[in-house]
Design a protein around this ligand. Sequence first.
Ligand code: GLP
Length: 244
Amino acid sequence: HIYADAKNASRAVAHEIAELIRSKQREGKMAVLGLATGSSPKTVYAELVRMHREEGLSFQNVISFNLDEYYPMEPNAVQSYWRFMREQLFDHVDIPAGNYYVPDGTVRPEEVAEFAKQYEAKIDAAGGLDFQLLGIGGNGHIGFNEPGSLINSHTRLMMLDNSTRAAASSDFGGLAKTPRKAITMGVASILSARRVVLMAWGERKSPVIQEALEGVVTEHNPASYLQTHPNALFVIDEAAASQL
Ligand code: GLP
C-alpha cells in the first residue's frame, strides 16, 4: 500500500493494530504483538497513544515482544530499545507491567543462547505472534537480521554490519562506541507471525524496497523473505515507492 506520506500510512497501520486488539478483546483473548524500534514506527506508536487517550483503546489484553536489542546494552541506557519502547508507547498506555518483552542486552555471553530459546518459548506459550511490525534497514535487514541471515534462522546474537553501525553511530557518539552485536529474533521467528507489516518512509529506502519487493528472494536482502509469507504487507510512502 502506497500512501502520500508517513503520517497517513502510520495511521492506517495503527488502525489495523487497534482493530486486532479490539477484536481479540471481544473474544476475551490476548493480542500478541511483535514490535519494532527505529524511527519508522514512532508515528504508529504516537497514533496508538492518541487512540488510547482519546478513544479509550485499552492495551490490557496485549502481550508484546520486541524484535531486537543492542548487545551489550543496559535497559536504562539512552540508546536501549527497552527505553525506546517505554518512552514511545508502554509508559503512555495501560499495558500491564510484565506483558511486554524486549530482548535482554545484559545477559552474559554464555547465557545468550539459552535466553534466545526462552524468548521464543514465551512467544509460543502466548500462542504465537498475531501481528509483526517491521522497519527495514538500508541493507534490507529486518530486526537485526543482517544480509546473510537464513530463512530458518531463530533468535540469536548477530554481528552488526558496518553500514548498520554507521547508521546508528550518531546515537552512540561515534562508530567506535557503537555496539558490534545485537540480539535479534530470527527470520523464521518473524515469518511465523500470522500477519506481517513492514513500513518504510523516504527516498533513502527506495532502492532496498524495490529489491525486497521486485527482486529475487535472497539472503542478501532479508526483507525479500517476506515474499514467501502468505499475509505480509508493505506500507510505504510515495518517496519509498519511487523506484518500483
Ligand atoms: C534498526 C532496527 C531495525 C529498523 C532499522 C531501520 O537497525 N534494529 O528494526 O528497522 O533500524 O530504522 P529506521 O526506521 O530508523 O530507518
